[in-house]
Write a protein that binds this ligand. Structure first.
Ligand SMILES: [Zn+2]
Length: 216
């Protein structure tokens, strides 16, 4: 199985779903992460964090901003989808607090739609499952809780790679917030640590897709 974890900024992938990323790598799946924006410091931190999680294909675009570059990023994201061809994509919540996170959500939906059009591409790709996950805005009622208890230490090690971000929000906010959040999700899931996801329905057929019909 191929999974793509796609976010606005380097660190979003670790904070939201770092445990699940490490878990799916360990389970033998092909995992890619993609961040739409970067600067030189966070780019370096991103590759260090990706190493801690064992990500085989960490990708990053060099945009300094997401919202104002939606169209350009969507085109690059379609190229990424056509190259990596993931079955599963994970991204930000639609109603996230950060304007770039909401923009990334829209880019992902738009890119998934257009990557599937045979009218646009010789070798289109249809993503079959889309999940959204949480950073500092919490999902009220998650559809899926992934048990990351065995991978929490790896997630925390990866968070610590983002030295430029660790002072934000006050002393130890990042570590404390995400430790408490995964423990709260763990309590909901009858385990120690978990990460929460919502499933977003995706169209599976269209007159413009290679796959024009299927069964219920
Ligand atoms: Zn972010």
């Amino acid at each position: 199985m191929k999974l793509a974890f796609v976010f606005a900024h380097p660190d979003d992938e670790v904070l939201s779903s770092g445990g699940s990323i490490a878990k799916y790598v360990a389970l033998g799946h092909q995992v890619s992460t993609l961040c739409f924006s970067s600067d030189s410091v966070r780019k370096e931190e991103y590759f260090s964090a990706s190493k801690k999680l064992g990500v085989q294909k960490p990708m990053i675009f060099d945009y300094t901003d997401v919202k104002s570059k939606e169209l350009e990023i969507t085109k690059d994201f379609i190229d990424y989808l056509l190259d990596f061809r993931p079955e599963i994509v994970v991204t930000h919540l639609e109603n996230d607090y950060h304007i770039d996170h909401r923009a990334a959500h829209n880019i992902v939906l738009e890119g998934i739609e257009w990557a599937a059009h045979e009218t646009q591409h010789k070798n289109p790709h249809l993503v079959t499952k889309l999940y959204v996950t949480e950073t500092t805005i919490l999902i009220p009622n998650p559809h899926i809780l992934v048990d990351i208890s065995d991978y929490y230490d790896q997630k925390e090690e990866a968070i610590k790679c983002y030295k430029s971000q660790l002072s934000k929000g006050g002393d130890n906010f990042y570590i404390n917030f995400h430790k408490n959040r995964t423990q709260m999700r763990g309590a909901q899931a009858s385990t120690k640590h978990a990460e929460a996801f919502l499933k977003v329905p995706l169209k599976q057929n269209s007159p413009f897709y290679s796959k024009k019909h299927s069964e219920l």
